[in-house]
Design a protein around this ligand. Structure first.
Ligand code: PLP
Length: 417
């Protein structure tokens, strides 16, 4: 029986896609530190290249053999196979960073003259690439925000005068750092309205905040799921990596461009991420349990004005309906408005003893940062405030520490404000 169908992903993270007999019986995959692979014969080399360069279709049961580590490498292939299990997809491509997964996908599916519709806010690096680099090569961009209905988004598109050029809808949900959420199925309806026989409108979702455990955008109508594997997937603040997941056709195109941009992950990164995947579910579940306790504590604290956490969305609201439909958990990321402004926020942050002050998220240790002056410092201040990224906003990525220790730290730092 196909183990992919028989067992749950967390049961397969230690073994799937790896054959010990090909590595001297080693239980764990070695790091294949080799740039190139020996072919058994010239005929085999020829056959591998025919597939790698798309010169002919694969025969039944034929697999692309190992050629050269820019094209493929065992550590990357096994990792990619394991990552397909969580999103239940055909294939995956791993990259040397989340940004390279995002930019390679955009470059593959967008052409000069096209229009990209994106949810705002998005990760700062993504925002920069869309509004500076894509603009330079003639790709136009327009944004919409959480809470806008399908009809309102259609109006945003019509106002551009180039809605017929729509080629991609790019979504980041929940949005960093405010946790606002976007309805992926509604975006699919918008994309379908502009899909023609010769033109598919692609939907790409940055699932870094909730994936790959608690959210599966492909089930809601997305074509491509993107990750900064630096965050929860890596989970130990010791590696930079990214991934793209989707069907065979989509990932074949992304991998082909990756071959020529040369931005694949290294064998060492592949091996390190396999190590991380073994504990992904237990880490994320513990982080979420802790985050729920922290959110509850902050929500009742007199020095806190407002807490942004999925678990606190009021029942009966349209947002609650999207939350329940798209997510299996309230997650481990939260942000809150402290009473006051930058001065009070800084005093709180500087007073923390256990929680580290650093950007990035999803790691085993709890991290705190001040979005307005750190991760989102490059965003136009007026634009930033419109999305709730003000001077009083503090973001916390909750780690796996004992929850009462995290809360003790937050409590003593708030008292000092
Ligand atoms: C960190 C992050 C990225 C960028 O990933 P890198 O691995 O730093 O290149 C993209 N999207 C989101 C939501 C992120 O948090």
């Amino acid at each position: 029986m196909d183990p992919k169908k028989q067992f749950r992903p967390e049961s397969l993270m230690m073994s799937y896609g790896y054959k010990p007999e090909l590595s001297e019986g080693a239980v764990k995959s070695p790091i294949f530190l080799t740039s190139t692979f020996a072919f058994k014969s010239a005929e085999e080399g020829k056959a591998f290249f025919e597939l790698a360069y798309g010169l002919r279709e694969k025969e039944q049961d034929e697999e692309l053999g190992l050629i050269y580590s820019r094209i493929n490498n065992p550590d990357l292939e096994i990792l990619e196979n394991r990552l397909t299990l969580w999103d239940k997809c055909d294939d995956c491509a791993v990259f040397e960073s989340g940004m390279s997964a995002i930019t390679t996908t955009m470059l593959e599916f967008l052409n000069p003259g096209d229009l990209i519709l994106y949810s705002a806010p998005v990760y700062g690096g993504t925002d920069h690439f869309i509004n500076h680099f894509l603009e330079k090569i003639g790709v136009h961009a327009v944004s919409f925000k959480a809470g806008q209905t399908k009809d309102e988004i259609m109006k945003v598109l019509e106002k551009t005068g180039m809605a017929d050029k729509l080629a991609m809808v790019y979504i980041e949900t929940p949005a960093n750092p405010t946790n606002s959420i976007i309805d992926i199925a509604a975006c699919r309806e918008v994309a379908n309205a502009f899909t023609a026989e010769e033109k598919h409108v692609w939907i790409a979702v940055d699932n870094t905040y909730m994936g790959p455990i608690w959210s599966h955008p492909l089930e809601h109508g997305a074509d491509i799921v993107l990750y900064s594997a630096t965050k929860f997937i890596g989970g130990h603040s010791d590696v930079i990596a990214g991934a793209a997941c989707g069907n065979f056709e989509v990932i074949k195109r992304i991998k082909t461009l990756r071959t020529f941009l040369g931005n694949m992950a290294s064998p060492h990164t592949g091996w390190l991420l396999m190590r991380s995947l073994e504990t992904l579910k237990v880490r994320m579940e513990q982080q979420c349990r802790n985050a729920q306790e922290v959110a509850r504590f902050l929500n009742e604290h007199p020095k806190v004005e407002k807490v942004n956490y999925l678990g606190l969305i009021p029942e009966g609201t349209p947002e609650y309906e999207i939350y329940k439909r798209q997510y299996e958990s309230p997650g481990a990321m939260l942000s809150f408005d402290i009473k006051g402004g930058e001065k009070e926020a800084f005093k709180f942050i500087n007073g923390l003893k256990l929680i580290k002050l650093a950007v990035s998220l999803g790691s085993t240790e709890s991290l705190v940062e001040h979005p307005a002056t750190m991760t989102h410092a490059g965003v136009d201040p007026e634009h930033r405030r419109e999305f709730g990224v003000t001077e009083k906003l503090v973001r916390i990525s909750v780690g796996v520490e004992y929850h009462e220790d995290i809360i003790w730290d937050i409590k003593q730092a708030l008292e000092a404000v």
